[in-house]
Design a binder for this molecule. Structure first.
Ligand SMILES: Nc1ncnc2c1ncn2[C@@H]1O[C@H](COP(=O)(O)OP(=O)(O)O)[C@@H](O)[C@H]1O
Ligand SMILES: [Mg+2]
Length: 248
């Protein structure tokens, strides 16, 4: 299978702080990979490095066969990488439709085309009933849907989701998990940063674990929850007890 993304020896320092250290991992096309780890581990910084919002001190990022380090965020998006932000940044006074159209304009400057594409993305995420609602009036889950719709409207091949399930209640998490599954079925390659482990287990076949900017483990969900280093740094011993209950 072709590789969608290859991250090699990526590093970023902020003054004396090593936010990301020598990070390497790769994702095949169509795969969903989770990036997990404690707060401050370097997950969001990794997204910033991959999508061009920060320039790495060292390392390379190859997306769909092209080196993208040094390209501007806009050009990286045009190359097929779209992201959501951990802190949602909609244009609050603008409607859902207008917000999503800003994404669609990346591919086509004609308003009627952007509008049609935006409606399609809005429907896909289940936000049609609120298409004309100002973004600032949305609930948390609808704001996350808007973030996803705006990213989807840029017609990405690789989608980076940063904590899109934070602050959702259990049934909303189920809805978000279903949405990610639907995106994956569409053939999208996805990197998801998330703390809700049951959501991670449901969507990702492969997990990369960061701690203090470094990759401390990588593997399938079952392997990862039993990994002693991951339990120590992130999950805590209670998690493994629950996760493996009933297993022989
Ligand atoms: N722009 C910045 N300037 C200085 N330090 C930063 C900046 N962005 C992130 N950091 C620091 O880098 C580390 C990793 O942050 P981040 O990538 O946001 O972690 P995570 O998303 O895993 O919680 C943290 O210690 C954070 O305080
Ligand atoms: Mg973060």
């Amino acid at each position: 299978m072709a590789e969608a993304l290859v991250v090699r020896n990526l590093s970023k320092r902020f003054g004396g702080l090593r936010a990301v250290q020598n990070l390497s991992f790769s994702i095949n096309e169509g795969e969903t990979v989770a990036l997990i780890g404690p707060n401050g581990a370097g997950k969001t910084t990794s997204f910033h490095l991959i999508t061009g919002f920060h320039r790495p001190d060292e390392g390379s990022v190859t997306a769909f066969g092209r080196e993208i380090v040094g390209l501007r965020p806009h050009d990286i998006c045009a190359h097929g990488l779209a992201r959501t932000f951990q802190v949602a940044r909609p244009f609050g006074g603008m409607t859902v439709l207008a917000n999503v159209m800003t994404g669609a304009f990346l591919r086509d400057k004609r308003p009627e085309v952007a509008c049609a594409k935006a409606y399609e993305a809005i429907e896909f995420v289940g936000l049609s009933a609120k298409a004309h609602t100002p973004a600032r009036d949305l609930t948390t889950i609808d704001q996350r849907r808007l973030e996803m719709a705006r990213a989807l409207a840029t017609e990405p091949r690789l989608l980076l989701l940063d904590e899109v399930m934070a602050g959702l209640n259990p049934s909303e998490i189920d809805q978000a998990v279903a949405l990610v599954g639907k995106l994956s079925k569409r053939g999208l390659t996805i990197i998801i940063v998330e703390h809700v482990m049951r959501a991670i287990m449901a969507v990702a076949r492969h997990i990369v674990v960061l701690d203090h900017g470094q990759k401390i483990a990588e593997g399938g969900p079952k392997e990862i929850v039993k990994n002693q280093e991951v339990v120590r740094a992130y999950l805590g011993s209670g998690y493994v007890h629950v996760a493996t209950a009933g297993e022989t």
